[in-house]
Design a protein around this ligand. Structure first.
Ligand SMILES: [Zn+2]
Length: 283
């Protein structure tokens, strides 16, 4: 099913602090760090590709006015110099201008804040996530966790809708996820809709050079414990989700797949434990 292997590096591009119990039922009362993931995918011929960007200074400028400032109050952000996307890509000899594509999981600020810093990149996103963000009033967009100011002015010209890519049958091992979008046309990166947290949410399935199958799962679960133990976020977090019933179905689906495929590595975007377990290359 996956034909071309890619190099994968998981980067923590800033973090925010939040009480654990909000994100995980039965979690600690204390505030803990939630890393913001950007995955660097180096494709053998298509060059450097990112899955999300993590935080960037644009998040601060976009959340300076009111009402957007509420976003910053809710999730206080820490972005030290060495965690910035440019600094981290630089360690691989890659400049911000070298990134060819960004696969956008969804349009929440902690996933797309760095798009304006990537002048050479095309963007791929699912249609329903885009519609939830664009053409809204400021309050409506904010209510959905979107900050339209984070998108470059030429965003529509640089966008490819994932929904228009060819579809690949995933086979019974991946049920209830039945089909993936062949993002590059060479079966190296398959886009898997993981709806609920946002209306559509793009997960990405890939095989690494050392033969690990990885599902980049964004916010379909906020931690490894969430999919391992089937633990939902607190009821307090529910208004942040686009469709709660569909979020529960997606989480249950991840558990089902993980049960069947013991070797599969599911990577939530905000799980410190998963990032640490992936290896020393985490920056
Ligand atoms: Zn999100």
């Amino acid at each position: 099913m996956l034909l071309t292997r890619v190099e994968l590096h998981l980067l923590r591009v800033g973090r925010c602090r939040h009480p654990e119990w909000v994100t995980l039922r039965g979690g600690r009362l204390a505030a803990i760090d939630f890393p913001a993931l950007a995955a660097l995918i180096v494709h053998p011929t298509a060059g450097p590709i990112l899955y999300d960007t993590g935080y960037a200074d644009h998040f601060t400028s976009a959340t300076t006015p009111f009402p957007e400032r509420l976003y910053r109050w809710l999730t206080p952000v820490h972005l030290p110099q060495e965690e910035r996307l440019g600094a981290q890509l630089g360690r691989f000899g890659i400049g911000l201008g070298d990134v060819r594509k960004v696969l956008i999981s969804h349009f929440h600020g902690d996933h797309v804040a760095g798009l304006r810093d990537l002048p050479g990149a095309g963007f791929l996103a699912l249609r329903d996530d885009l519609l939830a963000c664009l053409g809204r009033t400021r309050w409506q967009a904010l209510r959905r966790g979107c900050l339209p100011a984070l998108l470059p002015p030429d965003f529509p010209k640089r966008l490819t809708l994932v929904d228009e890519r060819p579809v690949v049958d995933l086979g019974p091992a991946w049920a209830p996820f039945t089909a993936g979008y062949d993002l590059l046309g060479d079966r190296s990166l398959l886009g898997i809709p993981l709806p609920g947290h946002s209306p559509a949410q793009l997960g990405v399935l890939l095989r690494t050079m050392d033969d690990r199958t990885v599902l980049l799962a964004a916010d379909a679960c906020w931690s490894a414990r969430a999919w391992r133990e089937g633990r939902l976020p607190s009821i307090v977090a529910r208004p942040l989700f686009a469709d709660w019933a569909s979020y529960r179905r997606t989480l249950a689906g991840l558990r089902e797949v993980a049960d069947r495929q013991k070797e599969l590595l599911i990577v939530p975007s905000h799980c410190a434990e998963t990032l640490a377990a992936f290896g020393a290359e985490i920056q």
